[in-house]
Design a protein. Structure first.
Length: 143
């Protein structure tokens, strides 16, 4: 990591301190971005910084189910299949304890810590994640 930073700093003109800081921040975010895969649709995108899964998906043109985007409706429920997430917004109170135990998260409240795989409804996909719904209750509406 140190070698990468030094090499990239050396590429910048020495009189462009502000530009250098902005470019370095952008490069660091790319290093720290997490890769997200959505099942069963196979959509993929990257999340940068503390961006929520929902914000990143929408930014990349992935049409995930959501309603209010502030944790009140629960439309953005998804199941974490693998990887780790952190809560960046405290409004996941619509989730029942059993849902949390089953790995259900609100896409508007969580950001990935590393690369993650989630099971979620994507508009326009022919298949929806019914396996998890049968085991743990509804994941999103219309399932």
């Amino acid at each position: 990591m140190r070698a990468f930073l030094l090499r990239n700093l050396a590429e910048m003109p020495s009189n462009a301190a502000q530009a250098q800081a902005v470019i370095m921040q952008e490069r660091m975010l790319k290093i720290m971005s997490a890769h997200v895969t959505i099942l069963p649709s196979g959509h993929e995108f990257f999340v940068e910084g503390n961006e929520t899964l929902l914000e990143a998906a929408l930014r990349h043109g992935v049409s995930l189910n959501y309603g209010c985007s502030n944790g009140n409706c629960g439309d953005c429920k998804a199941r974490l299949v693998s990887g780790a997430v952190k809560k960046v917004h405290a409004h996941d109170y619509v989730l029942k304890p059993g849902e949390k135990d089953a790995g259900v998260i609100l896409l508007c409240s969580y950001a990935p810590v590393n690369d993650v795989v989630i099971e979620a409804n994507v508009a326009g996909c022919a298949r929806y994640p019914r396996a998890a719904a049968g085991r743990q209750g509804e994941i999103g509406r219309g399932v």
